[in-house]
Design a protein around this ligand. Structure first.
Ligand code: 3SL
Length: 248
């Protein structure tokens, strides 16, 4: 297995696709998606465009859908919810499809949607993603961070490092054996330094600060937890993710 990390959708190569692509938006889109599927959501369907989301979800029964819209960290007027994973309680979500559009995270997923396998990862489901990779041994894996409007983000890179670090430990691999590009080495270094202080790192991150200005400290705390949910969001058809059970 060779692992490649790309910090933003824009930095991801356009002339090839990997065997497995993993979209990461720790703050907060992929954390929200993993949470929705873990508590019994039927599926998550992603859109980069808000109008397309509204149009497509119109054909879905009202009692079986939730519309989530976020721009600049805030809930979009007229939508059922914004992008807080803490809003995704079992009572609210069970049996429903989440139609979601966010500033960056849904774009990252759409950017890699042609890969053979597409997953969504965050810190909260890191172990399940790593277990899947270890069982399946895809030849090439891309981890694509969402960043913020084309820029690097600490939280997505540290999650990429957490995944890489855990694969190395599982397989007793060296960085050299696993890494396909330099970004992998730097992501592992970031995770190694901050693994016991992820919430503190999020306080330093520019998007963490943006969310704190919006009063989202509890979201930051939730998103900074590692390996708390056994859920594997996997693309079933372009743009639609479902929880996939893996056997260990
Ligand atoms: O950029 C995104 O896709 C969002 O996750 C941003 S926010 O955390 O909802 O503000």
């Amino acid at each position: 297995m060779k692992l490649f990390v790309y910090h933003t959708p824009e930095l991801t190569p356009t002339d090839e696709v990997p065997e497995c692509a993993i979209a990461v938006d720790v703050l907060r889109a992929t954390t929200t998606m993993a949470t929705v599927l873990a508590v019994g959501g039927e599926a998550v369907q992603v859109f980069s465009d808000l109008d397309q989301l509204l149009q497509k979800s119109e054909s879905w029964p009202v009692e079986k859908r939730l519309r989530a819209g976020e721009r600049g960290g805030a809930k979009v007027t007229g939508f059922d919810m914004g992008n807080s994973p803490l809003d995704c309680t079992p009572e609210r979500v069970q049996g429903k499809r989440l139609f979601i559009s966010t500033t960056n995270g849904t774009r990252a997923l759409q950017r890699v949607q042609n890969a053979k396998v597409v997953l969504a990862a965050a810190l909260i489901n890191r172990a399940t993603v790593v277990e899947y990779l270890w069982q399946q041994q895809p030849e090439t894996v891309w981890i694509v961070g969402s960043g913020w409007e084309g820029s690097f983000s600490l939280e997505d890179t540290v999650c990429a490092g957490a995944i890489a670090y855990s694969i190395m430990q599982k397989g007793n691999l060296s960085q050299d054996e696993l890494a396909g590009n330099d970004e992998v080495i730097s992501a592992i270094a970031l995770y190694s330094q901050w693994q016991d202080n992820l919430l503190e790192l999020f306080h330093l991150a520019s998007h963490g600060k943006r969310l704190l200005r919006l009063d989202c400290l509890e979201d930051l705390k939730y998103c900074s937890q590692t390996d708390i949910l056994d859920v594997l969001p996997m693309q079933r058809e372009p743009g639609v993710l479902v929880n996939t059970v893996i056997h260990s």
